[in-house]
Each structure stands twice: as structure tokens, then as C-alpha cells.
Design a protein around this ligand. Structure first.
Ligand SMILES: [Zn+2]
Ligand SMILES: [Zn+2]
Length: 264
């Protein structure tokens, strides 16, 4: 088990400390391996890392949660690292409402030319304690039932590549999600299944909960079954939902520059 685990928000929708913000997510995960999880949509994650005296040159592994611009386009500013993601990340995809492009700015071939690319649709151990969740089975009856996105052929895009990370600690699982298009509760259950550990210590990242989403109340109900768990919802959670989560659960707010420490 690692001595200490630190997760730092390099990109988020809310600014903090002396860092800037954008719509997107990027986090540095420091445990028994250093991992950059997502890169936001611009080079902001690099600029914020510089402001925080974080040297990204020392990070060799990058995990992309899913193939949306606000999580992956910052990768344009990196190279020569190992990039781990789901094989469906490079899908060309669009918003249903205005048909605007929402996928990555680069294709698989371009990614291979810059990175040592590992595609995995099955859970992949990145270190003794950190696992890439890969495809998240969509099992419960209230999440990921509709999608506001389209494939190039006009069919619905359910973002099957949407994934996250789990870190195993003695005090329970730490789960990190990108946008949770697969459903944050589905992600939690998947992390439990693949690690064989039930106890959830912390959940952080995008939960993709919009104010009018019928999944909001069932999600809070599910969260309450987890026992003592700490939540750091951010990025793609509407203000109204954030308020509700903070009122109902043990939540802490997130902003760029925020670092969270855990003992291993
Ligand atoms: Zn997304
Ligand atoms: Zn997002």
C-alpha cells in the first residue's frame, strides 16, 4: 500500500488558489504511481501545474477517462508518455442539439505517433493499487438511459468508453471519475466488483448530474447506502445538484489547485 495518496485538480470548471479554470477536468494522481488523469481541453492543466510547482515531466502515465474534447484535447500539448484509454475514445461524435463536434481533436493514428498507446476495454492494473476501470457495465435502472450525443451515422452515442480509476487502500476504495456518462453508481459497483472490496472511502470527479436529470435523487439514495464516504463532485455537476449533494452527504468543494491527501 502507498504511504500517502495525493490527488490534485489541475483543470476544473471552478478556479481557485492562483489557478485558472475552464470547462474540463484534469487531475494528477500520486500514489504508488504518478498518473495524469485527463487533460482538460487546452494547455491550462500545464499552466496550472507550473503555478502549483508540479513537474509533469515526472509523470509517465496518462489515463484518458473518455473521448470528449473537455477531457482529452489538452493531450495535444503532451508527448512521449504512456497513454491508457478505452478503444472507443477515438469515435467521431457530436452533440444532438446542434450537431457540433464534441470528440477529440486527434485520431488513434495521431495518438500512436505521439504516445505509447495502450487501449484496454477490460480492467487494467496500472500499479499494485491503481486500476483503470475500462468498460463500465451499465446495470442499474436509473443511469445512462439516454444520451445527448450522436455518432457520425446519426445513431445515439452512449459514450461506451466512459471510465475511471480506482485506488485500493486499507480504509476502502478511492474512485475517480471523468464525466460519469456511464453513471457514477454503475462506476462504483464496477470498482467494487473488480477489486472485491465493498468499502468506499472517497469518490471524486465529474458525476454528470444535471438539475433536471431523473437520476439525481436515486443517485443520492444510492450514495447514502455506501456508509461513511467522502465526496468531491465537480466539473459536470450543476450548481443545484451540488447544493443538494453538499446538504445530504459528506461533500467538499473542488476548484483548480485543490489537493486532497489520504494516508495509504
Ligand atoms: Zn464527456
Ligand atoms: Zn466532461
Amino acid at each position: 500500500m502507498p504511504e500517502n495518496i495525493v490527488t490534485t485538480f489541475l483543470t476544473d470548471n471552478k478556479p481557485g488558489l492562483n489557478c485558472k479554470a475552464e470547462h474540463g477536468l484534469s487531475m494528477l494522481i500520486e500514489a504508488d504511481e504518478k498518473i495524469l488523469f485527463d487533460s482538460g481541453q487546452s494547455r491550462l492543466f500545464i499552466d496550472n501545474a507550473t503555478r502549483l510547482n508540479i513537474d509533469l515531466k515526472k509523470v509517465e502515465k496518462v489515463v484518458l477517462s473518455h473521448g470528449h474534447y473537455d477531457h482529452g484535447n489538452g493531450l495535444v500539448f503532451l508527448r512521449n508518455k504512456e497513454l491508457i484509454c478505452h478503444s472507443a475514445c477515438f469515435t467521431r461524435r457530436y452533440r444532438q442539439k446542434n450537431k457540433s463536434y464534441i470528440g477529440l481533436a486527434f485520431n488513434e493514428k495521431q495518438a500512436r505517433s505521439k504516445f505509447n498507446l495502450t487501449l484496454s476495454d477490460k480492467p487494467l492494473a496500472i500499479s499494485p493499487t491503481i486500476t483503470f476501470l475500462a468498460t463500465v457495465p451499465r446495470i442499474n435502472g436509473f443511469e445512462a438511459k439516454t444520451s445527448p450525443f450522436l455518432h457520425e451515422d446519426g445513431s445515439s452515442d452512449y459514450v461506451i468508453d466512459d471510465s475511471g480509476l480506482v485506488i485500493e487502500t486499507i480504509a476502502g476504495l478511492i474512485i475517480i471519475s471523468g464525466c460519469a456518462h456511464s453513471g457514477i453508481c454503475n462506476i462504483i459497483e464496477h470498482a467494487r466488483r473488480i477489486t472485491g472490496q465493498k468499502k468506499i472511502r472517497a469518490i471524486m470527479g465529474g458525476f454528470h448530474l444535471k438539475a433536471d436529470d431523473p437520476a439525481v435523487l436515486p443517485t443520492i439514495k444510492f450514495f447514502k447506502t455506501l456508509g461513511p464516504t467522502k465526496f468531491w463532485p465537480c466539473h459536470c455537476v450543476d450548481e443545484e445538484v451540488l447544493e443538494l449533494l453538499h446538504n445530504e452527504l459528506d461533500c467538499e468543494s473542488v476548484h483548480t489547485g485543490k489537493a486532497i491527501s489520504f494516508s495509504g
